[in-house]
Design a protein around this ligand. Sequence first.
Ligand code: PGA
Length: 252
Amino acid sequence: MTRRIIIAGNWKMHKTAEESATLAKEIVAALKAAPSANEVVVCPTYVALDRVSSVLAGSGIALGAQDMHWENQGAFTGMISGDLLKAVGVTYVILGHSEQRAYFGETDATVNKKVIKALADGLSPIVCVGETLEEREGNITEKVVETQLRGAYADISAADARKTVVAYEPVWAIGTGRTATSQQAQDVHKYIRGLLASIYDAATAESVRIQYGGSMKPENAAELLAQPDVDGGLIGGAALKADAFLGIIGAA
Ligand code: PGA
């Protein structure tokens, strides 16, 4: 089974629409000059989606959002629905990011509702899982990841699961400069693939791409991405500069 590498930039709460368009233009131009076999996704803030969507048109680079609500429309002040995202050209949506879990009350149950709705809307969820430093040191990484994964995929069919991407992001490696070793990443990725095989079947598990996230940069990307179960990266800090992001795409 060959899985196409997927490199996604999570721009978090950075960059105006103007700055986002500039960064997107740099990435588009560079990949036009030197095309990559990898799938590339950029996830700007909501207010930049429309501008970036225009920049990406025809480039083959996909547009992602950083979250969405599970309702279609209505009195949900501050929320964004899958329909609204689709209308500006979004095809991927990051769900269950550890920052959402830590600061904004995201739970496995709300992640599950969002995954179900994203799939119903025709969006591909990037489902984030990962343990904290305390959990790793307490030797419960697998338990934590299992609970998050089973929670997120409750009532999701195998056919739908194949449309998703899992992002393994150890919380202690996010934005800290501290990267999981390639072996630590591979161990958990392999564990996640085994879980998917037990929830679904081997063929489904083999087809789902599992990204690593947490201080991935051009210097460590090649080694991480060389691991058999590491199928891409979800990049925060290093995705905010075109040369670093392109370096990671090139390393893959
Ligand atoms: P980082 O963030 O690359 O800055 O560690 C990754 C993420 O949170 O998606």
